[in-house]
Structure formats: C-alpha cells, structure tokens
Design a protein. Structure first.
Length: 281
C-alpha cells in the first residue's frame, strides 16, 4: 500500500497524483490521509465552541475529497481510499509507515501538514519512517527517463541503491549512480590523483549486487568532485526521481539529519525518495 499525506495545498494534490502513478507501476492500492488535532476529532457536539471542531472536521473531509478526485483523475486503474485521522501528522504518518510500502507527502502546505518541508514534519517523517518516503516538490514534469541515486559505498546506502535499481526497472528507464566527494582544504599528505583514480572502482563495487539483481537496467556511473548536495541537485534537473539514504557516514551519508539531505529536499527539481538504512526497500 502507498500512503499519501495531504494538506489541502496544490502540492498535496500533486503528491496524490504522483502516488497513483507509482501505485500503478507496483500494482498497489493508494490510501490518502489527512490529520486533524485530536481535540477537533473528539469534541462532542454539545461542547462549547463545538462549531470550531465541526468546521475543522468538515475542512478535513473536503481536503480528502479533493485529493481523491485528483488521484482518480489519473488514467490508471488503482484502488484509492481515504481516511481522516486524529493526531499530530508526524505521528500519524510514522505509524502508518509501519505497514506501508511507501509514504508520499508534498514538500509544504497548509492545514494538518502545515510547514511540511520547511518545518519539522517532512524532515521528521523522512528521517524516521520505517519505509521509504517520497517528497513531491510540486507539479511533476513529463518523464525524463532517468532515476538518480547518491551513494557513498557504505552498507547504510545499500537499501537506497537497491530501491533506485528497482524503481528504474519498474519505470523502464535508466539509472545514474553518483558518488560525490570533495577534498579537504589545505595541503594533503597524499596525491589526490591517486584517490580520484580509485573512485570509479569503489562506485562500481557498491553497485555490483543490485546490478546483478536488475540486469535490465541501463546504468550510468558518475564520480563527481564537489559537495554531494550540489551534485545531486544539479542531477535532479534531468531526473524523474532522486534517491538518497537516510543515514550513514561520509559522502552522501547522513543525508536527512545533516545539511546535505536538507539541501537536497529543499532544492531538488524532482521528487526525492528517502530510503531508511534499517529497512529493505
């Protein structure tokens, strides 16, 4: 099941549409949710200011109706359901993520998911969810024919690499795997050319297992000298999806909780998938 968190914003509707297209590739249903505060959901009809709670519940229902209509407008036969839930949106999504194949959210908006990207909710969900999370950043461009994944070669990045290979295979498109690194400032006690010469071999080795499992995927390998966030954001110009891991050490690692992941989520020009290191994609 693919779970979509919507908030009444335009980008939330974009997320619902993206989720249906992804669900069609995977043969999965889509479940659209919207969170309201518990007090609004549980307020008795005879309570003082009961009309406020009723107004919030009616607004949530309207948000869900619009999202379902947007999802069903996609030309795919996908089962779509919706649910109004009570609680903090982060808690709601993290709970649903335990049984979901994928969580999909917009990058910002109003209402129950207020401030998704620029505040704590999107970062909290993307960094802590037990399943992959896709952050949709607005209207999705027509297929560009490429999935991009950032890897540092660590064991923690392996689930992101596997997810990216599987996505490229589902979409019938190419995969670009990027290993980005930068040299420290100052005089180095070694020849940087030697380090650079070994990078392609390290990148190829980190992809070998997934490449054997997905032999039909056309793979392009790129070693880039530069800040990982800048390299990935630049690559997003030509991508349908950028895939990153949620934590690790060095290079692309630590994406979500560190500055690199924060920058990718803020500035990528396509949807971003965040894959947890602790879970298989």
């Amino acid at each position: 099941m693919i779970v979509v968190g919507v908030d009444g914003s335009a980008v939330g509707l974009d997320a619902a549409g993206w989720a249906v297209r992804e669900a069609a590739l995977r043969g999965l249903p889509v479940h659209i949710v919207h969170a309201v505060p518990k007090w609004a959901e549980e307020m008795p009809e005879d309570a003082p200011n009961a009309e406020v709670g009723r107004w919030m519940r009616d607004g949530a229902t309207a948000v869900l109706t619009a999202a379902v209509e947007r999802a069903c407008a996609e030309p795919f036969e996908v089962r779509v359901s919706s649910e109004r839930l009570a609680g903090d949106p982060r808690t709601v999504l993290l709970g649903l993520g335990r049984d979901a194949d994928l969580l999909v959210i917009g990058n910002h908006g109003l209402g129950g998911f207020r401030g998704l990207l620029l505040g704590s909710v999107a970062l909290g969900v993307a960094g802590r969810a037990p399943c992959p999370v896709v952050v949709v950043r607005g209207p999705v461009a027509a297929g560009r024919g490429e999935v991009v994944v950032g890897t540092d070669g660590s064991a923690e990045s392996e689930p992101a690499v596997e997810f990216a290979f599987a996505e490229a295979e589902l979409r019938g498109c190419g995969l670009r795997a990027i290993r980005a690194w930068s040299l420290p400032v100052g005089t180095l006690p070694f020849d940087p050319g030697v380090l650079l010469a070994g990078e392609p071999r390290l990148l190829a080795g980190s992809l070998e297992a997934s490449r054997e499992r997905h032999p039909s995927v056309a793979l392009r390998q790129q070693v880039a000298q530069g800040h990982p966030a800048e390299v990935l954001v630049e690559a997003s110009d030509e991508a349908d999806l950028v895939v990153v891991g949620s934590r690790g050490c060095g290079g692309i690692a630590g994406l979500i909780l560190g500055s690199t992941g924060h920058a990718v989520l803020h500035h990528a020009r396509c949807p971003v998938a965040v894959v947890p290191a602790r879970a298989e994609p």
